[in-house]
Design a protein around this ligand. Structure first.
Ligand code: SF4
Ligand code: SF4
Length: 202
């Protein structure tokens, strides 16, 4: 069927001297501005915000890492209280993530989720930039912090990573501390440190 073309005479407006002045009526109407930070606007339910990870449910299948169009997920081996987790968990880089949440849709166990929180601002300091790269915290903890503050901000105030001990410390906004070690990356478990061979003394 050929496309119907509307004649130019139907859409072309006649120039008018009076019509632009009709805009003055808005001078007397209530402005639609939202005065942030004194007023706030809540995101829609299921707004695609930061991730949550149920560490107990994650089976380290890497489906999330495979589907991620931005290559923002890296599987990460974690040690909690001196005990290596049986499977790797995803670490998400918010410098790359597009918040498409394909990773959440594909997760077979429902371990990966998200909440509506979406605000994260930092300076360019290296320590602050660390906030953009994290293994998400469990959903209960994230939601508890969101309910306490109600401002849709990232739940971690500061992340410290000790390069020597590999210890990661999350300083949560409610004052709690969340600690673990990152002992390796990728799908293969990290190699166990080999005991040093004693040199033969002859
Ligand atoms: S939300 Fe999308 S871009 Fe971000 S980590 Fe998940 S799959 Fe990757
Ligand atoms: S978060 Fe889900 S998809 Fe990703 S490794 Fe864990 S179980 Fe697999």
């Amino acid at each position: 069927m050929p496309a119907k073309v509307v004649g130019e005479d139907k859409v072309k407006k006649q120039p008018s001297f009076v019509k632009p002045w009709l805009g003055l009526k808005y001078l007397f109407k209530k402005p639609v501005t939202i005065k942030i930070p004194y007023e706030k606007i809540d995101p829609a339910p299921k707004y695609r915000g930061f991730h949550t990870l149920d560490w107990k449910k994650c089976i380290g299948c890497n489906f999330c890492g495979q589907i991620c169009p931005a290559r923002a997920i890296e599987m990460t081996w974690i040690e909690v209280d001196g005990k290596l987790e049986k499977r790797p968990h995803p670490k998400i880089d918010y410098g790359r993530c597009t918040f498409c949440q394909f990773c959440v849709d594909v997760c077979p166990t429902g371990a990966l989720g998200f909440v509506e929180s979406y605000i994260l601002t930092t300076t360019g300091d290296e320590e602050e930039l660390q906030l953009y790269d994290w293994v998400p915290i469990p959903p209960d903890k994230f939601k508890e912090i969101q309910e306490e503050f109600g401002d849709w901000r990232f739940p971690v105030e500061r992340i410290e990573f000790n390069k020597d001990t590999k210890e990661m410390t999350y300083h949560l906004r409610n004052g709690e501390i969340f600690k673990f070690k990152i002992v390796g990356y990728g799908l293969r478990p990290p190699a166990k440190p080999q005991p040093k061979k004693e040199e033969n003394k002859s």
